[in-house]
Design a protein around this ligand. Sequence first.
Ligand code: MIC
Length: 641
Amino acid sequence: MGLTLAEKIIKAHLLEGAMEPGSEITLKVDQTLTQDATGTMAFLEFEAMGIPTVKPSFCIQYVDHNLLQTDHKNMDDHLFLRTIAAKYGVYFSAPGNGISHFVHMERFTKPGQMLIGADSHTPTSAGSSMISIGAGGLDVSVAMATGKYTLRMPRIVGVKLTNQLKPWCTAKDVILEVLRRINVDGGTGKILEYFGPGVKTLSVEERSTIGNMGAETGATTSVFPSDERTKEYFAAEKREKDFIPLEADSNAEYANIIEIDLSKVEPLIACPYSPGNVKPVREVAGTEAQQVMIGSSTNSGYRDLMVGAKVLEKHLPSFETAFHIIPGSRQILETMNRDNGLAAYLRAGARIAEPSCNACIGMGNAPGTDVISVRTFPRNWEGRSGTEHDQVFLSSPETAVATYLKGKITDPRDLGIAYPKIVEPKEFVIDDRMIFAPRKGMEVHRGPNIKKLEVKKALEPTLSGKVVIKVGDDISTDHILPAGAEILPLRSNIPAISEYVFHQVDPGFPKRCKAMGGGFIIGGKNYGQGSSREHAAIAPMHLGIKAVIAKAFARIHKSNLINSGILPMEFSSNEDYREIDANDELEIQNVAQKIKEGASEFKVTNKTKNRTFSVKNDFSQRQRRILLEGGLLNYTKRMIA
Ligand code: MIC
């Protein structure tokens, strides 16, 4: 039997374990990326390991999230990252240079290599045929220290693309179609591997859009072949030397196949409050929109921005809708400027932001009360934009620009104008002067907001305490610990950020949790979906959370809980979820001993209800040791010693 492309790349990096779905494997890491919101903690963790320099052949620190500088904190963090990166042999991309995923796609991707990034959208590099996986900051700092990353071997699902997209229908609509079919947890434990004759009709940028938002399905990552289109892109980046062709064997077998006829893909839109709540644009067309944004974390590439510029060159809006453009990188901005795209936007009333993720995570440009906001972003959970009860819709740039022109949600095919075909440039404007190579001898800048790392003690023999909160299905890490202009600058200050745990869901949580001396969280299915932010585990750990019992977990958050020494347990029978209430007193007796012995089923006593129920886990040997030692940092330090 032949190998899928994902299997080929994994096989070439396999250090330990067998490539059987579900079994634990350890892979060699070629590259790591961190961004500022996750990077400060990742570097504090790296520092605590006492390793003089990073192991992988290329590590880079980006600054793209915390760019709103309303006091000293964010710039202090930028300077900390600049100097500590230099100390440990890590490249540094300065604020203003661009969003990690875009700059990485432009300057550093290498087909066939393995990238681990402290951001859930790291699979953007799927477009350049890498295995690129999003992980918590501590997992990435361990990869920086050891050159290794451990995960469960995913099942490889084939996504077969045939034919080609019709005018106004885009790569964003392709990934929204995938989400419409498999929803926000359908990719869990899987890699989505794209193949088939339709692949060659998509550029690297378009493939990257699909890889980026593959994260929203819960997939470990996505991957595309490396072909002539990849070669063209690398040539435009003057990086021909980094190109190699790659594809699956012709007799590769996939766990299952999702077929997408590109010619049948139509403009789609994800409605509030989930990237999985996908509908045809025509179903919601006519809804008045007072804010439109193109760019930020998804769809801020050259093609994405030029298409809107070309439309607006010939057709002017009423100027009544607020319009924001957030380019992915300085390179995109400069290339767009060279090709007259910027002028078109300025004339059309766009507010042009610096290249950043900002608005995607509520760092500025929050919508007003009851405002309908159409954005090309990847996520729209309630409140993520910074406004309570916001109404954020996720669409392609084509749908966004059509909406801007009409002032209401509009299927771009109904504009009745010619589709401006965007040809990718033969050459981008390349300028790497804002990327700094590591250099020894810089003193590490540590602002007052950077607090000492907290490390948990070994697992208690028996866990007991109250249910501090009970939540439903699909709770995202934004629900657990929001981002936003007020909270994001506290990422290197755990005591301060912990005051915001479940801020939008239940603002009394931190106080109550501390008063109760910690306890348990009860969750539904897909608990912890979304971002890689390990703060959504570290902050609950700081407040005394001992275990989360849920119907099922999202991959990255589950690892982050284990890494923070919090037990993620699943209900053996989901019926038991209904029988628990907040404030119930729970106990898991002799849990440490049982974990040591390899138990996979545990008895939980609900003392309040006078009943017992069972919970399960699939912990590997390694995860058991991590939990027993109180987290991955303790475990890694001991391994290194
Ligand atoms: C996101 O899109 O949710 C973020 C903000 O980029 C996060 C990272 C973070 O919270 O720092 C992610 O996707 O991992």
